[in-house]
Design a protein around this ligand. Structure first.
Ligand code: DMJ
Length: 571
């Protein structure tokens, strides 16, 4: 009986297990088949999902392992190349005294400018008046803004800020150098904005940059180097035979990229980045470009190759735009170009006899055994770029080249009776270095390199060398009404100009050479070629977005620490 019930399937849940229950009713059978297929699909789907998931997890694990290995490699390079961390260096009371001495020098330079040349481009300390060497843009005022801020000279900074707000006027019928105007004025204003957050500086930077923009409207995109600030007509200097100058054309990228980021307007970045793309198309294998470039064709004209005047900061900016762009793939071509150029630089390096000073030749067909003091920025640049090599041996090689070149540059100073460097040096077999052009106009390049080398190697020797140079300036260049250059570093005869870059660069780098390393840390700021620090931020790649209609926005490779604390120091 019980068995019958089961067979007939008429009671309880057991009926569902009886095949007759389905065979008698085709609809039930169809439902059963559908149910079976659906359940199988769900189970199969879940299994394949979990297989995919496991596959993804194992891929991610592999990626984590690879990244861990990379991190280890990077750590070992950094530890190897940069022997000691600056954190290991004891605070030195002598540094604090030296910082104060440099600050006092800045106060002397500034108050002399304030007294005799307020609002003019540069002070002439001997005649106690001012001169408008840059079209009357208050070059010294703007160049000095960030130095005043960093040194905590608040009253002076505020007074200069009021002048910028009320008296700075760019509507000048003046043929300005777009290079000098960019590095000093656009750079100085942007740096003051980044440091203080005061919008007036950004407004003024935008105003002057807009006036410079037509200079890039050439057939190739390589800019003309001179432009009328009022009318916007641009041309090249006649002495360059119609060509544009390499350094003048390739030293606006940092400032204009920063301006696009700060304003949200891509037009500035577009102009200056096109210059590099155009040059990259026919970039020579050794990465060395002659100083004259045709603005119609973007082709280099036969001319000198140099890391000194007219070449220098083109190479500097290839590296710095890469750093400023967070070293991401978007800016990788800058790093690639820079590494090529550094290999080219190696082909220009020679050693003097008898003392084996390493120097960088110029090249005009053949090598010329001549090096400008201006090329003494190179040790700092090489030190800054050394840690970015994927091969640790390369990083070490370039850092050690930087150290050798810094020794040569220091000796440019030490080898003269005044202990101040001449403008350029010749190297003749058997007699090491001899001064060529013998003036000194308070240039910063050597102390700039000493600053980088100190920050990156923690070797106090660089501070000592910097201090000796500072004392030589104090002894030879300081007069009652400011600082002057020397007409001749052999005799010590003085000139009549306090260059604006003495306040922007020379005194700033000297101050930072003795400051705690938390002041303007190199992983948060990039110095433009006039020593104006610009804050590293994610790039505004709306530019590329608009140009190509492709989504190229990307996350920065690493997070830049935010500042939640006073002024420019970090905890
Ligand atoms: C400054 O204007 C800049 O450092 C520029 O890159 C080279 N010349 C002077 C300082 O020597």
């Amino acid at each position: 009986m019980a068995r019958n019930k089961l067979v007939n399937g008429s009671h309880g849940i057991w009926k569902y297990f009886n095949p007759a229950f389905y065979l008698r009713r085709p609809r039930r059978l169809a439902l059963l088949i559908i149910l079976f297929v659906s359940v199988s699909m769900v189970v199969w789907d879940r299994q394949s999902l979990s297989r995919d998931y496991q596959f993804e997890v194992s891929k991610l694990n592999e990626e984590v392992l690879r990244l861990q290995q990379m991190l280890e490699e990077i750590k070992s390079v950094t530890e190897d190349v940069f022997v000691k961390s600056l954190k290991d260096v004891q605070e030195d009371p002598v540094d604090a005294q030296r910082m104060q001495r440099v600050k006092e020098a800045m106060i002397h330079a500034w108050s002399s400018y304030e007294k005799y040349a307020w609002g003019q481009d540069e002070l002439q300390p001997q005649t106690k008046d001012g001169v408008d060497s840059f079209g009357g843009l208050g070059a010294t005022m703007i160049d000095a803004l960030d130095t005043l801020y960093i040194m905590g000279l608040d009253e002076q900074f505020q007074k200069a800020r009021e002048w910028v707000a009320s008296s700075l006027d760019f509507d000048k019928d003046y043929a300005a150098s777009m290079f000098e105007t960019t590095i000093r004025v656009v750079g100085g204003l942007l740096s003051a904005y980044d440091l203080s957050g005061d919008k007036i500086f950004l407004e003024k930077a935008t105003d002057i940059a807009d006036r410079l923009l037509p200079a890039w409207d050439t057939q190739s995109g390589i800019p003309y180097n001179i432009i009328n600030l009022k009318h916007g007509n641009a041309h090249n200097p006649t002495w360059a035979g119609g060509d544009s100058i390499l350094a003048d054309s390739g030293t606006e990228q940092l400032e204009f990229i920063a301006l696009s980021e700060r304003t949200g307007d891509p037009k500035y970045q577009q102009k200056v980045e096109k210059v590099i793309s155009v040059l990259n198309k026919n970039f020579p294998a050794d990465g060395l470009l002659p100083i004259y470039i045709n603005p119609d064709t973007a082709k280099p004209s036969y001319s000198t190759i140099t890391f000194g005047a007219m070449g220098d900061s083109f190479y500097e900016y290839l590296l710095k735009v890469w750093v400023f762009g967070n070293k991401t793939s978007t800016v990788k071509h800058y790093r690639d170009m820079w590494e090529k150029s550094m290999n080219g630089l190696l082909s220009l390096v020679r050693k003097s006899t008898p003392s084996s000073f390493t120097y960088i030749c110029e090249k005009n067909g053949n090598l010329i055994d001549k090096m400008d003091e201006l090329a003494c920025f190179a040790p700092g640049m090489l030190a800054l770029g050394a840690s970015g090599y994927s091969d640790p041996a390369e990083g070490k090689k370039f850092l050690s080249l930087a150290e050798e070149l810094a020794w040569t540059c220091y000796n440019f100073y030490q080898s003269t009776p005044t202990k101040l460097a001449g403008e350029n040096y010749f190297f003749n077999s058997g007699s090491d270095m001899s001064v060529g052009t013998s003036w000194n106009i308070l240039r910063p390049e050597t102390v700039e390199s000493l600053f980088y080398l100190w920050r990156l190697t923690a070797n106090k020797t660089y501070q000592e060398w910097g201090w000796n140079i500072f004392e030589a300036f104090e002894k030879n260049s300081r007069i009652e009404s400011g600082y002057v250059g020397l007409k001749d570093v052999n005799t010590g005869v003085k000139d009549n100009k306090m260059q604006s870059f003495f306040l922007a660069e020379t005194l700033k780098y000297l101050y930072l050479l003795f400051s705690p390393t938390t002041v303007i840390p190199l992983d948060e700021w990039v110095f433009n070629t006039e020593a104006h620090p610009l804050k590293i931020k994610p790039r505004n790649d709306q530019v590329n977005l608009k140009q190509s209609n492709k989504v190229l926005l990307r996350k920065p490779a690493f997070r830049i620490r935010q500042r939640h604390y006073g002024r420019i120091t970090k905890k």
